[in-house]
Design a protein. Structure first.
Length: 260
């Protein structure tokens, strides 16, 4: 039983801690963002080296390391977006009255550079992972990317329980592209797709010997996919998702000069 529970718990804890750490960092004064971006870039470089080093490793530890590497590679994009260094050519609120394709085009313009950076990076990771025995870093990155695209489309087309308190102040204009209304057919399609992927990953994990490299790796991916399903439900159900990161969401107090 431990062979099945350990990867799932590890993935959930790694996701929770890494997400909370990013939320905490972006709530610091903006003067610290350049150091946050620099630290994330060093992490990116280290993860890239590890990605190459793990290519032919097929131990259980290598599956965990591959998963953590994919998480670190993805974290760079989250940091660069939330600090505002890589977003899009448009950094203004959505013009009032826009609808349909015009609104979609404006939304794409607000995040275009970020999406292009992810596409380019995904191509590099695929190239570095091509033919590798251990591809769990690649699959972790791709699943995180897929769940983020799905969530973006859902909040753009309609989600009644938007958790927009995660959006930092300097990206407030992004909220104007969100739609707080009843979910439509896109939400149902996204939920079905992610649930199907979760089931397929779980079945693949179960098809391998417990405690093997493949079993551990696919269970790690299954956990991330299931978390994506939960994140999508959070967008439509009246639950307090931010409470998961209460420790990271507390206001950061700027030291005041002593008054004499």
């Amino acid at each position: 039983m431990t062979e099945y529970a350990s990867p799932i718990l590890f993935a959930a804890l790694a996701w929770w801690l890494s997400t909370g750490a990013i939320f905490w960092l972006i709530r610091l004064p903006r003067a610290t963002f350049k150091w946050t971006a620099l630290g994330a870039s060093f992490l990116l470089a280290g993860a890239t080296v590890l990605l190459v080093g793990l290519r032919d490793e097929t131990s259980v530890a290598a599956a965990y390391a591959g998963f953590a590497t994919g998480l670190a590679l993805w974290a760079w994009h989250e940091v660069m977006f939330l600090t505002g260094f890589i977003t899009g050519p448009s950094r203004v609120p959505c013009p009032e009255g826009l609808a349909g394709f015009a609104r979609f085009r404006a939304g794409v313009s607000a995040v275009l550079h970020h999406e292009l950076a992810i596409i380019a990076h995904a191509g590099i990771i695929v190239w570095l992972s091509w033919g590798a025995a251990n591809q769990f870093a690649l699959w972790t990155f791709l699943i995180l990317w897929g769940m983020r695209i799905s969530a973006k489309l859902v909040v753009f087309t309609g989600a009644p329980n938007l958790v927009d308190q995660f959006m930092p102040r300097h990206l407030e204009y992004m909220k104007t592209y969100f739609s707080r209304r009843a979910p439509g057919s896109l939400f149902a399609a996204a939920l079905i797709a992610i649930t199907t992927v979760s089931a397929m990953l779980a079945l693949t994990a179960l098809s391998h010997a417990p405690g093997s490299h493949a079993s551990a790796g696919f269970l790690l991916l299954t956990a991330i996919a299931i978390l994506a399903v939960i994140e999508h439900w959070v967008l439509v159900l009246p639950v307090r998702d931010p409470s998961l990161w209460g420790w990271a969401m507390k206001p950061v107090r700027t030291p005041q000069p002593n008054k004499k």
